[in-house]
Design a protein around this ligand. Structure first.
Ligand code: CO
Length: 134
């Protein structure tokens, strides 16, 4: 069911500082910051040869990453995103196996314009998992 690792997401308290680490210290190609108001975050993508890093900064009131940053004030790995060929089939299979989907269980359009779902960490080795339609 799982395809490629699409990205690893890192929550940061300060996007300019986080982007500078990847651009200036690590010498990576860093995108411009994009507001994702539907998701309560701003994102920067860092293109690597085999995958991407997604930096997340809180946007607006009640950002879904606000509590994570309270617990991890320096930032930290927030989720991993795997590609699936058919996100509805993947969801239905996981739900049938008793796994928990966050939110209302319906895919939302994610940062790349493709449908995404988030899976509850308690069912996935303590890791928040994003599935993205390939
Ligand atoms: Co993501």
């Amino acid at each position: 069911m799982l395809g490629r690792l699409n990205h690893v997401a890192i929550a940061v308290p300060d996007m300019e500082a986080g982007a500078a680490v990847y651009r200036d210290l690590l010498g990576a190609h860093v995108s411009d910051k994009v507001a994702q108001p539907d998701h309560g975050v701003s994102t920067v993508f860092i293109e690597l040869p085999n995958t991407k890093i997604e930096l997340l900064e809180p946007l607006g009131e009640g950002s879904p990453i606000a509590k994570f940053l309270e617990r991890n004030p320096n930032g930290g790995i927030h989720h991993v995103c795997y590609e699936v060929d058919d996100i509805i089939a993947a969801r239905d299979r996981l739900v049938a196996e008793g796994a928990h989907i966050l939110g209302d269980g319906e895919p939302k359009i994610g940062a790349h314009g493709k449908p995404v779902l988030f899976l509850h960490p308690k069912d996935f080795c303590g890791t928040l998992v994003e599935l993205e339609q390939a």
